[in-house]
Write a protein that binds this ligand. Structure first.
Ligand SMILES: Cc1cc2nc3c(=O)[nH]c(=O)nc-3n(C[C@H](O)[C@H](O)[C@H](O)COP(=O)(O)OP(=O)(O)OC[C@H]3O[C@@H](n4cnc5c(N)ncnc54)[C@H](O)[C@@H]3O)c2cc1C
Length: 395
């Protein structure tokens, strides 16, 4: 076994309170040896410490300080409290005369006059109110909200907008396209010993792995949870009596889309994620389930006497595993891409986050990511916000 270790602490944010991120990576070559001498307090720990032998070199990030120095907690935590974008960025400047915060006031349209964005319409107390801007308007409604707002404002595929009776401000076919996500599926175990309560918000550990050792970078990011995740048509153990190794894919090739069902801002848009349209995505998940099962069978988990509850002994062939995955697919909640950044005809925003064809309007959130990163999306989204602030300040 050889081990490389890297650890860094980056602090991002502004104002009195900052968002702290601790990043640690441990690269394991082979499996098993590294685990010796570490203190296992939970099956999720043990699973994280063992990598699938066939996966080749695997980068492991483990979120339990109970393990050795190789293991560093990751999270957005300050003084023992979870930090959100709100607590890190907005709360510290709430008393600024430059800031007005409206809550319970959905934005329903971007105001565009003379071809330039000049504000938004919000619904407040049942009334539609115009909020005007002397500078740029920045949308941060997220992968679903920002695309929906652009479409409601006449910015999107012209034919679709006209069909809904929405006047076209800018014909941008990319709005709502390119929707994608990371995917998860549960491999659930029953435990003979009580499984301790979690310490890290339902996910005790995670690791990065490859479906093929020849790949330059990991394409899997499975998670371990002390909670048995639900499985369609099957009973799973109660919390405290089982745990989950959940295979997750992070180099998604399939692309879905979002579109309006009507011109009514109160009607949620339609989504078709098309998760497994590209055959690679399903193949990768089937491989990941195999790796998760190898982890579940590791000796280190012996004392927990794990019994695989799902997929279970009846699910063996690739076709059977694929069918199980399709039945039990879960979103990783890392949706991105519906207002993709770029320079081609499908781009919605340019590299400075400006909406193409609509001066004065920018989008700054996960929707601008052209491709989902190979990792969680919160921190990259925060960085997009930081970059947007720099673009605005520098004019
Ligand atoms: C259950 C769950 C767990 C997650 N766990 C993690 C994790 O552990 N680590 C990680 O890195 N990422 C995680 N993510 C992903 C992460 O939260 C997102 O990638 C990130 O929040 C995206 O930020 P955003 O600004 O693009 O969108 P959002 O955070 O969704 O912000 C958009 C905001 O705009 C508001 N909005 C939308 N439309 C309108 C409108 N018309 N008018 C007014 N307001 C509007 C929404 O209510 C929302 O508050 C998780 C996501 C979910 C759902």
């Amino acid at each position: 076994m050889s081990r490389l270790e890297g650890e860094g602490t980056g602090r991002i944010g502004s104002g009195r309170r900052r968002l702290g991120l601790v990043v640690s990576a441990v690269v394991l070559v082979g499996a098993g040896g590294w685990f010796a001498g570490t203190q296992v307090q939970s099956p999720a720990d043990a699973a994280a410490a063992h990598t699938a032998p066939k996966a080749g070199p695997v980068t492991v990030a483990v979120v339990r300080p109970s393990l050795t120095a190789s293991v560093v907690a990751t999270g957005s935590v300050d003084d023992g409290r979870r930090v959100s974008a709100w607590t890190a960025f907005v709360q510290p400047v709430l008393d600024s005369p430059l800031l007005t915060v409206l809550t319970g006031a959905p934005v329903v349209r971007v105001l565009v006059e003379g071809g330039r964005a000049c504000g938004v319409e919000v619904v407040e107390g049942g009334r539609t109110v115009a909020v005007r801007s002397a500078g740029d308007v920045v949308l941060s409604g997220g992968t679903i909200g920002s695309a929906q707002l652009l479409l409601l404002s006449g910015i999107g595929p012209a034919d679709e907008l006209r069909a809904l009776g929405i006047g076209v401000v800018a014909d941008l076919p990319g709005v709502g396209a390119n929707l994608h996500d990371h995917a998860l599926a549960p491999v659930v175990y029953e435990s003979a010993r009580p499984v301790p309560a979690g310490t890290s918000n339902k996910i005790e550990a995670q690791y990065f792995a490859k479906t093929d050792p020849a790949l330059a970078a990991p394409d899997l990011q499975p998670v371990m949870s002390h909670v048995p995740l639900p499985v369609v048509g099957q009973d799973v153990p109660a919390e405290g009596h089982g745990y989950t190794v959940a295979p997750g894919t992070i180099r998604t090739l399939s692309r879905g889309r979002l579109w309006l069902r009507s011109a009514d801002p109160g009607e949620a848009p339609a989504l078709d994620p098309r998760y497994f349209e590209e055959p690679y995505d399903l193949r990768a998940m089937v491989t990941a389930v195999g790796q998760a099962r190898e982890i579940g069978e590791q000796k280190a988990l012996g004392e927990w006497r794990p019994r695989e509850v799902a997929p279970g002994p009846g699910v063996v062939t690739d076709d059977e595993i694929a069918a199980y995955v399709k039945r039990n697919l879960a979103s990783y909640h890392h949706q991105v891409g519906t207002c993709r950044m770029g320079t081609g005809p499908d781009a919605v925003v340019d590299p400075l986050l400006r909406v193409r064809g609509v001066p004065g309007l920018r989008v700054a959130d996960a929707s601008v990511m052209p491709a989902v990163p190979s990792g969680n999306t919160h921190a990259p989204t925060v960085m997009i916000g930081e970059r947007c602030a720099e673009f605005l300040i520098s004019g």
